[in-house]
Design a protein around this ligand. Structure first.
Ligand SMILES: C[S@@+](CC[C@H](N)C(=O)[O-])C[C@H]1O[C@@H](n2cnc3c(N)ncnc32)[C@H](O)[C@@H]1O
Length: 216
């Protein structure tokens, strides 16, 4: 779709009335250049909640495109309002189960980074398969990350952090790195609350090295 005045591509997500897309609005595989009306690096936040991280990071990095995925419309509406107030066109919000969107809608090698902050830890054993960082998560992420792309995670739950470390340690395609200091400036809503309550925040970042023949 082109802007009638400037004859340049326009981000399709800007025209969605609700302010966020649903899976009915997108095709598989998604064309991210059409979604944002431009090409360029794309990063995803899983469980974006009220959008504090996404909006802060997108405002500071206008050349990067950001997708926020959130299953609950109540909090997603808060993220929509925040993004609109900040006048951001480099943020597309999608109401979906993250795993479905990541596994079935995003094309191969399309993302520069995936951010997963304070995803639900599901502490009961019988709910373990609902955790985002379970066995299989690194392989799902390896398909959609560019070579040299990143996964960034934060949690307040030590056991969930340990499980995540184990899951990634078993996958040779990922290398643990220090979380980039410039990213730490962008806090999430939960992070602010947990930090003011004096809780410890566990952070881990990984580089997708593709140490097979995927990344030549
Ligand atoms: C604990 S909150 C954290 C919100 C935000 N990341 C923050 O740190 O402030 C987890 C959020 O992830 C969303 N969520 C959990 N599992 C999800 C999934 N599978 N797909 C999409 N959203 C999910 C929840 O609805 C909730 O808004």
């Amino acid at each position: 779709m082109n802007d009638a005045v400037n004859d340049r591509p326009v981000a399709v997500h800007v025209f969605v009335d609700a302010g966020y897309l649903t899976l009915a609005d997108v095709e598989a595989p998604m064309d991210l250049a059409v979604l944002f009306g431009r090409s360029g690096a794309v990063e995803v936040e899983v469980g974006t909640g009220r959008g504090d991280f996404l909006v802060g990071c997108a405002a500071a990095n206008p050349s990067v495109n950001y997708i926020g995925i959130e299953r609950k419309t109540g909090v997603l509406n808060r993220a929509v309002r925040k993004s609109k107030r900040a006048g951001l066109e480099n943020v597309a919000l999608i109401n979906s189960e993250a795993e479905n969107l990541l596994a079935n809608y995003l094309p191969d090698r399309c993302l520069r980074a995936v951010h997963v902050y304070f995803s639900d830890p599901w502490p009961k054993r019988r709910h373990a398969r609902r955790r985002f960082f379970r066995a299989g998560a690194p392989d799902m992420l390896a398909r959609i990350l560019r070579c040299g792309g990143f996964v960034h995670a934060r949690t307040d739950v030590k056991e969930y952090q340990e499980e995540m470390l184990e899951v990634f340690a078993r996958n040779p395609l990922f290398r643990r790195i220090d979380p980039p200091p410039e990213l730490l400036a962008f806090q999430t809503g939960y992070e602010r609350r947990f930090t003011s309550a004096g809780l410890t925040i566990f952070r881990a970042s990984y580089e997708f090295t593709g140490k097979t023949n995927i990344c030549a």
